[in-house]
Design a protein around this ligand. Structure first.
Ligand code: 4GP
Length: 822
């Protein structure tokens, strides 16, 4: 870093920004205003590096990755940016001398929540790693006016409140109107012959202007600044009186409306496809704009479009960006004049696809009539892709019509997006080893057999710079003191902590930090929930989206079971435990919302029952998001990763907990399998059916939850409490739906489809093991320290290096800043 500001220069910059932005002196400024002023001071430093990075990319004519994603859950950026420019000390001191606390200032940043959960947060971690490793990359997404909703809990129920993250100007974004593009919807396609060739003319369409905003993505102290490019929509038509005469007024109004609605809001669904037309519009909108820009940029330096893949790679983050395949074909065919075979060769060397879920309800299948009406030219291309693919299926499996039905992109009046993504890509990857194996052996078996070379695994990772360096300063400092700071950019170096496993003093220091982080979380809980929790109790935490397969229900049913034991069984005792939940449910997901209500109802009863001497506390943290997640991970003793085996593709929360020294209580699902491999199975609390067992039951049947209900009186008691008003005196029938789902077959003919009762006893036993283990303070401290020491593999830096090596083939770029550039 050549360009540094001293403390006094920061002070001067902040004061001067307060003056120019607000015509105030620093003494008159509010904390919100100071947030803006500090951000602009930091941005001023970033800008030079941003320019230098892009100059270097231009100069070296590097290959560029475009990471296409409907979601980027970046979280607050000021704190990370300050760390990444290496100015934390100077800024903190400058602010303190001006009478402000950096943490309080950071708290004023709206949490940009342009994503739902795992998939969106992974995209944000990837951008962080790409910049830190020096790889040329753009994130391409949507500038939703309203990101993920804010969650309020009222009388135990989730209430969704719009999240106006752009209410005040967001200081780090930059509008780039010079890169605006038109995106067209609807209308019809007319075919004309020109020089003996068919020319496709799109007419009578509506269109919007896609205008990009760039957010800087900083590498860690390496001068590299990449961009997250998020697209806004503006109306193209200018109202003019002439239009009234020509009857085009209606069209103008429609275009205004289209522009307004298209980027209005993020669909709040995680692992779920809702099939809304506006969602498809959003997808095509940002994909078309991103690809138009990528091609224009390529053509500034290159004139052979057939070599596009040498300089450009499009990674599709799940199926949401899959219209990239036909859109790239459209541009190559209709605008660049390639023939089909050449265009297809370029497309299938440029696009790659990541699958993030096998939940069948998440699979995108657009009705053909909607798709073809909204995107008529794109649909023609999809038809031709499908026609040719069906031919190749028939060639591979002559006479096997079933294979055609199983694999065709267009089938049953639907466009199957995952199949189009596979056919149009040169790489298909899953996000943890088990997940990729399930894709190959079950979900996508036919495709794997036909094109095995495309399939590969990239186990997810997280950025240690946000989730340890920024989120847990105490631990980060301690780790650096013990083993040096290499771990910040090379997480595998953290294994040097293993030298301290049997060093009692070090282990106690480690646990003391954990305790201080628990005190910090307890204060947050007191402030937000008005519940007193004891930092000496075990902090047992499950934070993630609310989804049936993630089984928050199993967790709360087990809490009810423990509570019953405390009340009924004089011989029973337990170490005090605080069960902490945080989860947003999709606004339309009734069962998930009812589970939130159940957790809060149970919390109300238990937290107010003095007869159990505070042995159990239950807390539901409102509005779980990236910023409070950072406080939560740091304070956890136990990390609940309890999805039904086979259902969680990877999980990344599990890695964030591990990094911060929490021990996994989990099923052998997703990346838990690889976590257990790293720490050893004696250093995790594993329970439940294996994924093979789950898959077998799903196929062959043979599981009847009623048998368990009839046999096991403790489980029966818990279930009866769902219907007898024990936790909902005001409305005893309130949780009947949950009770029914556990015992009686659904429309699909199966009951308890997430195997909650089946896994219940094994889960309860794992909790007993935890209870015992925690009481041996020394052994627990060793185990906790071992988690942090073993998490080297789970850095997103490692994941990105694997993507680069196997899929993207990017070259690292070094950015040098001129000396004394400030
Ligand atoms: C999530 C998966 O559920 C999670 O297991 C995985 O860690 C994450 O993607 C990142 O790969 N999927 C989604 C989704 O968020 O909407 O499909």
């Amino acid at each position: 870093m050549n360009k540094r500001l001293s403390k006094s220069e920061f002070k001067a910059a902040i004061e001067s920004n307060i003056k120019t932005l607000y015509r105030k002196t620093i003494d008159e400024a509010t904390v919100d205003q100071v947030f803006q002023a500090v951000s602009y001071a930091v941005k001023d430093i970033i800008i030079d590096e941003w320019i230098a990075t892009h100059d270097e990319y231009e100069k070296q004519d590097v290959k560029v990755l475009y990471y296409m994603s409907m979601e980027f859950l970046i979280g607050r950026t000021l704190g990370n940016n300050i760390i990444n420019i290496g100015a934390i000390k100077e800024v903190r001191e400058a602010l303190s001398e001006l009478g402000f606390d950096l943490n309080a200032v950071e708290d004023k940043e709206p949490d940009p929540a342009l994503g739902n959960g795992g998939l969106g947060r992974l995209a944000a971690c990837f951008l962080d790693s790409l910049a830190t490793l020096g790889y040329p990359a753009y994130g391409c997404g949507i500038r939703y006016r309203y990101g993920m909703f804010k969650q309020k809990i009222e009388k135990g129920y989730q209430v969704e409140v719009p999240d106006e993250w752009l209410k005040n100007p967001y200081p780090f974004e930059m509008k780039r109107p010079e890169y605006a593009y038109e995106v067209k919807f609807g209308g019809n396609v007319r075919v004309e012959k020109k020089d003996g060739k068919d020319v496709f003319i799109h007419e009578n369409y509506n269109s919007v202007r896609a205008v990009p905003y760039d957010l800087p993505i900083l590498g860690y102290k390496n001068n590299v600044v990449n961009s997250l490019r998020i697209w806004d929509a503006e109306a193209i038509t200018n109202f003019s009186l002439e239009h009234f005469d020509r009857g085009e007024y209606q069209m103008a109004v429609e275009q205004e409306n289209l522009a307004r609605t298209i980027v209005e809001v993020l669909y709040p669904n995680d692992n779920h496809y809702a099939g809304k037309e506006l969602r498809l519009k959003q997808q095509y909108f940002f994909i078309s704009a991103s690809i138009q820009r990528a091609i224009a940029r390529y053509k500034e330096k290159h004139n052979d479009i057939k070599k596009l893949h040498e300089k450009v790679v499009f990674q599709m983050n799940d199926t949401h960006p899959t219209v990239a395949v036909p859109e790239l074909m459209r541009i190559l065919l209709d605008e660049e004049g390639l023939n089909w075979d050449d265009a297809w060769a370029v497309t299938t060397k440029t696009c790659a696809y990541t699958n993030h879920t096998i939940m069948s309800e998440a699979l995108e299948k657009w009705p053909i009539d909607l798709f073809s009406r909204l995107l008529p030219r794109i649909y023609q291309i999809v038809e031709e892709i499908n026609r040719r693919f069906v031919e190749s299926i028939k060639k591979a499996y002559p006479g096997n019509e079933e294979k055609v039905a199983d694999m065709a992109i267009l089938y049953n009046n639907q466009v199957r997006m995952a199949y189009m993504a596979i056919v149009g890509s040169f790489s298909v990857n899953g996000v943890a080893r088990l997940h990729t194996e399930i894709l190959k052996k079950q979900e996508l078996k036919d495709f794997y057999l036909m094109m095995p070379e495309k399939f590969n695994n990239k186990t997810n990772g997280i950025t240690q710079r946000r989730f340890l360096l920024h989120a847990n300063e105490l631990l980060a400092d301690w780790v650096s003191k013990k083993i040096g700071s290499d771990w910040i950019c090379n997480l595998s170096a953290i294994s040097k902590l293993k030298d301290y496993l049997d060093d009692e003093k070090a282990a106690m220091e480690f646990m003391d930090i954990k305790h201080r982080n628990k005190v910090r979380l307890a204060a947050y809980i007191k402030e937000h929930n008005n519940i007193e929790v004891d930092p000496d109790s075990i902090f047992d935490i499950q934070v993630k989206r609310l989804h049936e397969y993630k089984r928050q229900l199993l967790n709360i049913l087990h809490v009810m079971y423990l509570y019953n034991k405390l009340k009924d069984d004089d011989g029973f005792d337990m170490y005090p435990r605080t069960f902490i939940f945080g989860a947003k449910a999709a606004a339309g997901y009734r069962r998930a919302k009812l589970t939130i209500k159940l957790i809060n109802s149970v919390a109300d009863v238990i937290n107010n029952d003095s007869s159990i001497n505070g042995k159990i506390k239950v807390v539901f943290i409102e509005d779980y998001k990236v910023s409070n997640a950072e406080i939560i991970f740091a304070a956890a003793d136990v990390s609940e990763q309890i999805s039904t085996a086979s259902k969680e593709a990877s999980g990344t929360g599990n890695m964030k907990f591990m990094l911060n020294g929490a021990i996994t209580l989990g099923t052998m699902d997703g990346a838990n399998v690889e976590i257990v491999e790293e720490v050893g199975k004696d250093n995790a609390f594993i329970f439940g059916l294996s994924s093979d067992e789950v898959i077998k039951y799903e196929k062959d049947g043979g599981y009847d939850p009623l048998e368990i209900f009839n046999k096991d009186s403790e489980i029966r008691k818990v279930l009866m409490q769902l219907t007898n008003g024990y936790f909902s005196a005001e409305n005893p029938g309130m949780f009947k739906e949950i009770y029914d789902s556990l015992l009686y077959p659904d429309e699909g003919g199966r009951a308890d489809i997430y195997f909650i009762l089946k896994d219940f006893n094994s889960y309860a036993q794992a909790h007993e093991r935890i209870d015992k283990a925690y009481q041996n303070k020394k052994a627990w401290a060793r185990m906790a320290l071992l988690q942090t020491a073993s998490c080297g593999k789970f850095s997103s830096d490692r994941t990105i290096e694997e993507y680069v090596r196997d899929i993207w083939h990017l070259k690292k770029v070094e950015v040098k800043m001129p000396k004394n550039s400030k």
